[in-house]
Write a protein that binds this ligand. Sequence first.
Ligand SMILES: Nc1ncnc2c1ncn2[C@@H]1O[C@H](COP(=O)(O)OP(=O)(O)OP(=O)(O)O)[C@@H](O)[C@H]1O
Length: 272
Amino acid sequence: MRKCKVIAVTNQKGGVGKTTTTENVAIGLVRQGFDVLIVDFDPQGDLTSCLGWKNNDALEHSVSSMLDDYINDNDIDYDSLILHHEEDVDLIPANIELADFEMRLVSVINREQTLSNCIEPLRDKYDYIFIDCPPSLGMLTVNALSAADEVLIPVQTQYLPAKGMTKLLQTVNKVQRKINSNLKITGIVMTLADLNTNITKSTIDTIRESFGKNIRVFDTIIPKATKASEASISGKSIYAYAKDSKVAVAYDNLTKELVKNPKIRQKDEISL
Ligand SMILES: Nc1ncnc2c1ncn2[C@@H]1O[C@H](COP(=O)(O)OP(=O)(O)OP(=O)(O)O)[C@@H](O)[C@H]1O
């Protein structure tokens, strides 16, 4: 049995770099020889488009149809469901059909564990499974946290995420207590950093001081650069689009830090 690690990439704040980080860390790990699957768990389907499936609403199979198959006791046809990107990462795509998932789950037993049950058979096939979460702390994110071994939290460096982080950590704690006692926090990664400004520099210092004693804060900081969004639009990772760019180097460093994986804080150490 392979030792697969499932990592949910979560922050209820929108536009902090969850999708971009998921894509480039996942493909960074593929470049290091790991087998990696990404689950797009955001009804916006941005990750699916970033990997080149722009017309994702037309996809016959998606994360939503996978959940429906599970709910209706049908076999899940993983071969038809999982897409293979040219950079050798696999993807379970998402589209807008995922938006009413909460309503469809109302009568499901153990509804928080629906995603977890769906991806369990895939743990044997991959070294890493990443779940790109939507910008909310609703049932989709709770499902992602229930399915995950770890949580990776991207935060933007333009402002202090104090209140949002407290709420997010409360949700993580709740999932740990009630559903998934093994859940750990991988760490915080600072994104979209405009390193030329003093406000960004002081925010970075404050994030390290405020959170660093309880949660791992990655040394690597992802700079803000238009190459990052251009790569997403092109359907490629930052390595394939602009391999020598600062963002590519930063994501490569982040991937290496993630694999080094020093002691990850246990659940009783992570509350603020
Ligand atoms: N390092 C970067 N430099 C410049 N632009 C970036 C960078 N990272 C992400 N972006 C852009 O910022 C926007 C938001 O990024 P992204 O979609 O990754 O965030 P998100 O947290 O997943 O958003 P949402 O909450 O809506 O799902 C996108 O247009 C993306 O291309």
